[in-house]
Design a protein around this ligand. Sequence first.
Ligand SMILES: O=C(O)CCC(=O)C(=O)O
Ligand SMILES: [Fe+2]
Length: 298
Amino acid sequence: MTTSSPPTAMAERPRLLLHNFITVDQCKELEFIHRSCGVMGYRPGVLSTTLSHLIATNCPHLILPFVSIRNRIKDLAEDFFSCHFDLFLEFTGLISWCKGASIGWHSDDNRPYLKQRDFAAVCYLNSHGKDFKGGVFHFKDGEPASIFPVVGDVLIYTADSRNIHSVDEVTEGERLTLTLWFTRDSAHDEDAKLISLLSQRLLNNEDNHSDPFLPVPASDNMYWFPHGHDQLGFDVRCARVHILGYNFCSTSKNKCETSDSSCEELLARPLQLSRGDVILGEEFANSLHALQVLPSLL
Ligand SMILES: O=C(O)CCC(=O)C(=O)O
Ligand SMILES: [Fe+2]
């Protein structure tokens, strides 16, 4: 089912909301990737997983679930905006908006370094009212005026001043999206950059023979989620594993230690998982590896 506006309104404010464009299973798969790999994002209270981050942390195989979804949304945007040329993906990222996150009125090309952005697509991977509260999307003018995110829905719009929009503060839970920007400018083609990163990584792996399937954590501060004042906050990896009912513990000491000063060191080393007093048998190369495997143990 499609929600769109009459032709004149459409020319003034080109935008489209499509329901059920991606399946709930696809949304869950992307959510799982984000839960195991997400790092601090581009705004306060926002976590993100970009494709270049997946390559840099040795997880290029996790790009596969994005491929068909990206292509379908690109075809949709080319059709809807009647492009007589191929668009390029400029950015692809899973973005979660935690409690307190919001964004005021803006267009998506509103900075000199964002001028290449022509179109935006936001896929909602979870639902307002069920998974989070707040986080409603609004267009400043025209219809539809407000969008209440529903899992599987996709919203596309031009990145220019015809589509000024905002997102209300998230007041509970975590709001998750797959956000894409498209450009006409081949100099900003994300795929060309990803291919170059992939080939560099292959060359490096040839040199150091590292295991091609084990994730490498990003630097610790990328996982540090500031919360409140006075250096308060938490490590996103610990938070994820806690939510699933587990703790990280050191393999050497067979002792759980997630909250002391050695936590950051522990998270980058081989470790095990515990649940209450019970230590699970599996050993993991590091915290990200555990987070990637944990859903299959549940
Ligand atoms: O997540 C959304 O609904 C829109 C986000 C947004 O406006 C942005 O990232 O620029
Ligand atoms: Fe935006």
